[in-house]
Design a protein around this ligand. Structure first.
Ligand SMILES: [Zn+2]
Length: 67
């Protein structure tokens, strides 16, 4: 699936942290096969969401159960 990743970085000429957005591809794995770093599964999706904006719906994500 594709997602937008936010990469924070700090240019040397300013104290402001800048975020730039890049599109990345994340491989979907089952929870048993996922290493929670290079692949995404239901168990680690929430930690991915802190830095990524998913542009596709996760296969296990249902709008009516979204909390
Ligand atoms: Zn995982």
């Amino acid at each position: 699936m594709s997602a937008l990743a936010q990469f924070p970085y700090q240019p040397s000429d300013t104290s402001q942290t800048v975020h730039y957005i890049d599109e990345v591809q994340i491989r979907i794995a089952t929870a048993a096969a996922c290493d929670h770093e290079a692949t995404i599964c239901p168990e680690c999706a929430r930690s991915w969401q802190r830095e990524h904006l998913f542009t596709e719906r996760l296969p296990w994500d249902h709008p009516d159960t979204d909390t």
